[in-house]
Design a protein around this ligand. Structure first.
Ligand code: MN
Length: 210
């Protein structure tokens, strides 16, 4: 039985960037629905008691008839675990320490990284994500369609920051203005969380599947 994480903040704590109604529906309805669908899919199969971690580690060996549904719904749970975990009411507004250094080396500065992250999110046709990931020890910005978690589709990639560009993540407040949503959402990322994710990823740990 897969459960979603509780929010570490109130529904209205991310205003005005993300309005209360969007956070509530996105977390309690959309995120919850991925878990409900996943549990329904796995019920009465040999995978019924599997954790997200076990699903990720053994995805290629799972019955192929179930793989697409698991990609959509386990992917949905994993991606949203990351998404909601990376915000807070009083975010640390920039990276420090190790992460600051590698961002400087790889991208020149934080602005360049955010520009790439937003561009990938803006260009993603239809629904999907842009991610900052650790791939073979290196930072990379990638995008993905639908709920395709890189943990399920790629080897040796761990996402440490994820921007949801499904319309359900912004439509109530931003309507068709996805670029405006992207410009705003990067301002409420808690870089303390991303620093921890980066440190975990280097040790091959991902909290989103625990
Ligand atoms: Mn979403």
């Amino acid at each position: 039985m897969i459960k979603i994480n509780e929010l570490n903040y109130n529904y209205d704590d991310l205003e005005p960037v993300m309005d209360k109604e969007t956070v509530e529906i996105h977390h309690d309805k959309h995120h919850q629905a991925y878990a409900n669908n996943l549990n329904a899919l796995l019920e009465k199969t040999e995978y019924a008691d599997w954790s997200l971690e076990k699903i990720v580690k053994n995805f290629q060996n799972i019955d192929q008839k179930l793989q697409n549904g698991i990609l959509n719904n386990a992917g949905g749970v994993i991606n949203h675990n990351l998404f909601f975990r990376q915000f807070s009411k009083n975010p640390q507004n920039k990276p420090t320490g190790d992460l600051e250094n590698v961002i400087h080396t790889k991208f020149g500065n934080l602005e360049n990284l955010l520009t790439e992250l937003k561009a990938k999110g803006a260009k993603r046709f239809g629904s999907g994500w842009s991610f900052l990931v650790v791939q073979n020890g290196e930072l990379e910005v990638i995008d993905a369609p639908n709920q395709n978690s890189p943990l399920l589709t790629n080897d040796n990639i761990i996402p440490i920051l994820g921007i949801d560009v499904w319309e359900h993540s912004y439509y109530l407040k931003y309507q068709n203005k996805r670029p405006e949503y992207l410009d705003n959402i990067v301002k409420i990322i808690d870089w303390k969380v991303i620093e921890e994710n980066y440190s975990d990823a280097k040790n091959n740990i991902c909290k989103d599947i625990k």
